[in-house]
Write a protein that binds this ligand. Structure first.
Ligand code: TA6
Length: 316
């Protein structure tokens, strides 16, 4: 059982007015605000698979995504922990799979907290937080053996009128330090990749995974897509990366205590090679903009904790 600093409070009925609703069926937790905005989170991987605002779906989910807990979910917001990409051979994570165990473990649903708007007296709640936890007790024997550290993760997904926030708290519960990386592998739904540009990249160096992991300076502030893109933009000073469609702001990713952003689109060839990526031309309708701490490793000493996250804002 994950110990929590703030235990879930039951939804406190406000004086009057509509309340957020939460439903959990043991596999998935769904929350909605009175405005109709909603979020759906699978316990498998604590993967957010849907985030809607003003009737629009902001996340891309493969039509062939496995939602049965057999495979990392292809789409939404998979949580990468404790290694990003293939684990390096000479590292404590070396026996773990690509992107670690966070996205392929069954998390515990810890509960819900709601907060009221400044709408005194009107009682309209304007945000709802869902908390999920993961400890070694939740790992498969194979994963526990592959990474035998004492840790606890608390993942909080907060839906508000202003957007969706995801925060990860990592705590070292053991007596030896460990290294980790983490990232929110967010698949955004977009209408047409040829009309998309990503901005906020000015002056940021990146590692280009399709050019043998060589380092480059980003030329200008924006990135357009004309083929496979798989880049790690590292050590940002500005905290916001934006997705524009037809030059109009569509989505913002605001990093909190995370220095890196991965940008990925597999394009036609990549999509063909990924069995659960469907439809195959779905690469035209998605782009991954992934806030993370993946350049190097964070070392967490015994009993220390680390917290970081992102805020996603939709302009729709
Ligand atoms: O975050 C980008 C990336 O690491 C790419 O290199 C890419 O292959 C992708 O993630 C998808 O990885 P997955 O293990 O989900 O197939």
């Amino acid at each position: 059982m994950v110990e929590r600093s703030h235990k879930p409070s039951a939804l406190t009925p406000s004086t009057t007015g509509p309340q957020p609703t939460v439903h959990s069926d043991g596999k998935k937790v769904t929350a909605s605000l009175p405005s109709g905005d909603s979020v759906e989170v699978m316990l498998y991987g604590a993967t957010v698979i849907s985030w809607k605002n003003n009737g629009h779906e902001n996340l891309w989910l493969s039509s062939n995504a496995n939602l049965e807990g057999k495979k990392a979910i292809r789409g939404g917001v998979p949580v990468v922990f404790p290694n990003f990409g293939p684990a390096p051979k000479d590292h404590a994570t070396s026996s773990l799979p690509q992107h670690g165990f966070g996205r392929i473990s069954n998390w515990e649903y810890l509960g819900t907290t709601s907060s009221e708007s400044g709408n005194q007296g009107k009682g309209s709640d304007d945000s709802i937080r869902l908390d999920f936890g993961l400890t070694p007790n939740n790992l498969s024997d194979e994963m526990k053996k592959a990474w035998s550290y004492e840790f606890s993760l608390q993942y909080s997904v907060t839906l508000s009128k202003d957007g969706l926030q995801t925060m990860l708290n990592v705590r070292n519960e053991g007596d030896k330090p460990f290294d980790f990386q983490t990232l929110f592998h967010t698949y955004f739904a977009i209408p047409d990749i040829s009309k998309v540009k990503v901005t906020g990249l000015s002056g940021v160096r990146y590692i280009d995974k399709i050019l043998n992991a060589t380092e480059h300076d980003s030329k200008g502030n924006e990135l357009r897509f004309e083929g496979t893109v798989d880049r790690v933009y590292k050590s940002f000073t500005q905290d916001t990366t934006s997705i524009l469609v037809d030059d109009k702001p569509r989505l913002d990713v605001i990093r909190d205590n995370m220095q890196d952003t991965v940008i990925w689109n597999p394009w036609k060839e990549g999509a063909e090679a990924i069995a659960d990526f469907e439809p195959k031309d779905g690469y035209k309708k998605m782009v991954c903009v992934e806030a993370g701490a993946v350049n190097g490793w964070i070392t967490l000493e015994s009993q220390d904790s680390f917290e970081a996250g992102q805020i996603l804002k939709s302009h729709l």
